[in-house]
Design a binder for this molecule. Sequence first.
Ligand SMILES: Nc1ncnc2c1ncn2[C@@H]1O[C@H](COP(=O)(O)OS(=O)(=O)O)[C@@H](OP(=O)(O)O)[C@H]1O
Ligand SMILES: Nc1ncnc2c1ncn2[C@@H]1O[C@H](COP(=O)(O)OP(=O)(O)O)[C@@H](O)[C@H]1O
Length: 201
Amino acid sequence: MYVMNMNNITWHHMSVTKQNRHQLNGHKSCVLWFTGLSGSGKSSLANAVDYALFQKKCRSYVLDGDNIRHGLNNDLSFGDGDRKENIRRIGEVSKLFVDSGIIVSTAFISPFRNDRQLVRNMFDSSEFIEIFVDCPIRVCEKRDPKGLYKKARSGVIPNFTGITSPYEKPENPEIIIETNQLTIEQSVQQVLNYLKEKQIL
Ligand SMILES: Nc1ncnc2c1ncn2[C@@H]1O[C@H](COP(=O)(O)OS(=O)(=O)O)[C@@H](OP(=O)(O)O)[C@H]1O
Ligand SMILES: Nc1ncnc2c1ncn2[C@@H]1O[C@H](COP(=O)(O)OP(=O)(O)O)[C@@H](O)[C@H]1O
């Protein structure tokens, strides 16, 4: 079946559906959208959740801010407009992953509520799982795993989230993980419990 839009671009409907892929994989697909300050634990958690899913023989993958900015998004800066475009592109890429039957974990600061909402709107309601990686900035700054807070405080890095650029906390995330209170293992379990409860696994 073809659907033509006003730009003469045609959407091709494929024979293998997302549901077919879910059946083959034995689980549903979704996006686990980790959002939080630099150093809050997004990458560590996305990686640990992905590892746990892999051990369970699930089809999963991680899209990580630092890594994606080396390739696909290496033309983007940390100004507000480029952050918006960064998140829009990752939303679209995540949609492809979800369509392909994969559980995709994304680890981007994604500081703006509107941009996260824009991505949420790309998905069915059960497919977008916003995970607020909640950690006080003083703890993130103390962790400073890449030495970026130190550079930001000394003025070497402009527009640094939480210091010279805003972070808008999620108002209604599906999951909140307080990484200052939990171990990585406990945090992973919290995500897996949610996926089981919602019958994604
Ligand atoms: N100015 C500024 N502000 C915030 N972060 C900065 C900045 N410059 C470089 N970095 C490094 O880039 C990583 C964040 O990239 P993201 O793509 O996740 O950012 S965003 O979602 O577009 O806001 C971020 O990774 P994480 O520390 O893993 O969050 C930093 O390592
Ligand atoms: N419960 C936790 N969850 C995630 N990270 C934690 C936790 N407790 C301590 N950490 C540590 O905090 C740091 C977070 O760094 P990282 O995962 O790179 O954060 P981000 O991707 O948000 O910048 C790591 O050194 C990690 O070991």
